[in-house]
Design a protein around this ligand. Structure first.
Ligand SMILES: Cc1cc2nc3c(=O)[nH]c(=O)nc-3n(C[C@H](O)[C@H](O)[C@H](O)COP(=O)(O)OP(=O)(O)OC[C@H]3O[C@@H](n4cnc5c(N)ncnc54)[C@H](O)[C@@H]3O)c2cc1C
Length: 570
């Protein structure tokens, strides 16, 4: 029988959201015994790769204002954001910037010593608070250092969670595998927060870490919780070739140009006012049009692309403010951006959708919250603005950490865990993978899956492609979850990968199903067969539940508090 580890609060994931939640919970009640369980070491969570900045209004005396950040977020979302949620983000963020500062965050500064901010896409004011071009790394280091000051935060690094345990609709804990030993255990706690990040590895060309698979989303989905707005996948304009590693939007914020094979700054045709700093969905679509109409370059790998030119920014400026992406260019594309333009192409970068929560990050399960990229509290609607995601992690890390801590204090003891669920989960995994028989190489399934998503659910979509994508993913699902080649107990990465691939298949299915059902174009979801936004029929969130057959799809209302939808122009 699996061993039991007991805590008052379990946080799954040690990215920005998980660490911020841990500090918030630990400082709410010092008697609480908090676990942070993650499948990678803390400083390997994808958050460390955030480059460009964290959005907040901190220069009201220079003309910025919170209403403008709220409006920019809602406009960026193509009016699908819940407006009360956007307001909560904006009002909470200035505190988070100064809080990080007090914990030791080395923000980049102006000559006069004040924290600096840079321009980012879709904003009316320079609002991205930055630390050179490595904001996520420094934020993670600052939060991790702060966590280590609390005796009541316990890290379980390299533990893979597999399922949520519940009693009817009450959270009870999770099952997990300690990767080092291969032991299967159960964590017991009255409260939990899912902070498992994004799912961008369901696409082949992606900026995400290889660990950014949707295990957390899938755990919630398998536990009967809804996934929301999963069809909205963000493609960032500038991924380098061939790897997909990101060139931050900060590069355009600092004045970088996008050019086609005529040497033309083509964005002037698509977004005459904002040019390269229109929102990401607008820029990525414009880039795909340029490529489709023959004005792209050919990368040596055969892939069509465009270029970003930073050379006019000057060596000093680039070395000071964009040192990380210069290094990335040299190491991964063989190009020094000080000297010449670098080839780039739109790349999968962010999931607007996730586990359905309310404004406070509460899921449909009592005692369970979700925060960060794994959650969909409907802040970003159909398109997220750059720099608003690290902000979201901080704000909802803090909110959910406090709420979960208070809940755990009020519900100190967990009545017994259902042994039935634990046994079922053990059977699902070990009988399914170690004792059943399959022929197909799981890595081939993963490759076919991610290539299918690149081909059928990319920036431009249509009914035929989406139907084909669904058919293909369902076929792959039938071939998966049959075997694992490596039967070792300790550090069996093959086994972990097979579990990740399983979650990718279910998540890809719901991305496709949502995209198929949404017969309009809104934000990042562009249907060539329904090119217009349709507020009469589709101004609503997509909700999907797992069934034994196809996902059960329904809708959820958008919260409007201040702005009626209008046409989006940049
Ligand atoms: C290259 C890149 C650059 C970016 N730049 C910016 C930027 O400049 N500004 C901005 O606002 N946003 C940026 N973003 C987006 C932003 O960084 C992310 O959305 C955010 O950091 C996600 O943080 P998170 O805490 O939700 O999850 P993550 O940091 O992804 O962490 C997820 C955690 O969950 C754990 N986990 C997952 N599954 C399991 C499991 N089954 N069991 C146990 N643990 C599990 C992982 O181990 C990890 O610790 C960028 C994203 C990328 C990919």
């Amino acid at each position: 029988m699996a061993d039991t580890i007991s805590h008052d609060l379990i946080i799954i994931g040690s990215g920005l959201a998980g660490l911020r939640a841990a500090i918030s919970a630990a400082s709410t009640h010092d008697s609480l015994n908090i676990a942070v369980v993650a499948k990678v070491q803390v400083m390997r969570s994808h958050s460390v790769s955030a480059e460009g900045g964290t959005a907040a209004v901190i220069f009201e005396e220079e003309g910025d204002n919170k209403e403008s950040h709220i409006y920019d977020t809602i406009k960026g979302s193509d009016f699908l954001a819940d407006q009360d949620v956007a307001e909560l983000l904006v009002r909470s963020m200035p505190f988070e910037i100064y809080q990080l500062e007090h914990w030791g965050m080395p923000w980049s500064r102006r000559e006069n010593g004040r924290i600096d901010q840079r321009k980012f896409g879709g904003y009316s004011f320079p609002r991205a608070t930055y630390a050179q071009d490595k904001v996520g790394f420094y934020e993670m280091q600052t939060l991790y250092d702060t966590c280590l000051k609390y005796d009541n935060i316990h890290f379980y690094n390299e533990w893979f969670c597999t399922s949520i345990l519940s009693d009817a609709k009450d959270f009870r804990g999770v099952t997990a595998i300690e990767m080092k030993s291969g032991d299967f255990v159960k964590f017991k706690a009255p409260a939990g927060i899912i902070c498992t990040g994004g799912a961008g590895r369901i696409y082949s060309f992606s900026t995400y870490a290889y660990s950014s698979t949707p295990d957390g989303l899938d755990m919630a989905y398998r536990a009967g919780l809804a996934l929301k707005d999963m069809e909205f996948v963000q493609f960032h304009p500038t991924g380098i070739l061939p790897s997909g590693i990101l060139i931050t939007e900060g590069a355009r914020g600092e004045g970088g140009y996008l050019i086609n094979n005529q040497g033309e700054r083509f964005m002037k045709k698509y977004a005459p006012t904002k040019l390269e700093l229109a929102s990401r969905d607008v820029v990525s679509r414009a880039m795909m049009r340029e490529i489709q109409e023959g004005r792209g370059f050919k990368h040596e790998s055969g892939v069509d692309c465009l270029k970003i030119d930073l050379s006019h920014l000057g060596e000093d400026n680039i070395k000071k403010r964009l040192a990380g992406i210069r290094e990335i260019g040299i190491k991964f594309s063989g190009i020094d951006v000080i000297e010449e333009p670098i080839e780039i192409r739109p790349v999968c970068h962010y999931m607007m959708g996730g586990i359905h929560t309310n404004i406070n990050g509460a899921t449909e399960m009592t005692g369970l919250w979700a925060a960060g990229e794994a959650a969909c509290n409907s802040l970003h609607g159909a398109n997220r603005l750059g720099a608003n995601s690290t902000s979201e992690c901080l704000v909802w890390g803090r909110i959910t950490g406090r709420l979960a801590a208070e809940y755990a204090v009020d519900h100190p003891s967990v009545s017994s865990i259902s042994q039935h669920q634990v046994i079922e989960e053990e059977k699902r995994i070990y009988d399914g993978l170690f004792r059943s028989r399959g022929q197909v190489n799981p890595y081939e399934i993963r490759k076919e899956l991610t290539d299918t998503m690149d081909a059928k659910a990319h920036i431009f979509r249509n009914e035929k492609d989406l139907a084909e994508g669904l058919k293909k993913v369902r076929h792959l699902k039938q071939q998966a979850w049959k075997h694992v080649d490596d039967h070792a107990k300790e550090y069996n990465t093959n086994f972990i990968n097979v579990m990740e691939i399983d979650s990718m298949l279910r998540t890809a299915e719901i991305v496709l199903a949502g995209a198929f059902n949404r017969r309009e174009s809104r934000g990042a979801h562009a249907r060539t067969d329904y090119p217009n936004r349709d507020d009469i029929n589709f101004l609503k969130h997509t909700i999907g539940y797992l069934t034994t057959q196809e996902p059960k799809m329904s809708w959820h209302p958008v919260t409007f508090t201040r702005y009626a939808p209008m046409e989006r122009k940049y």
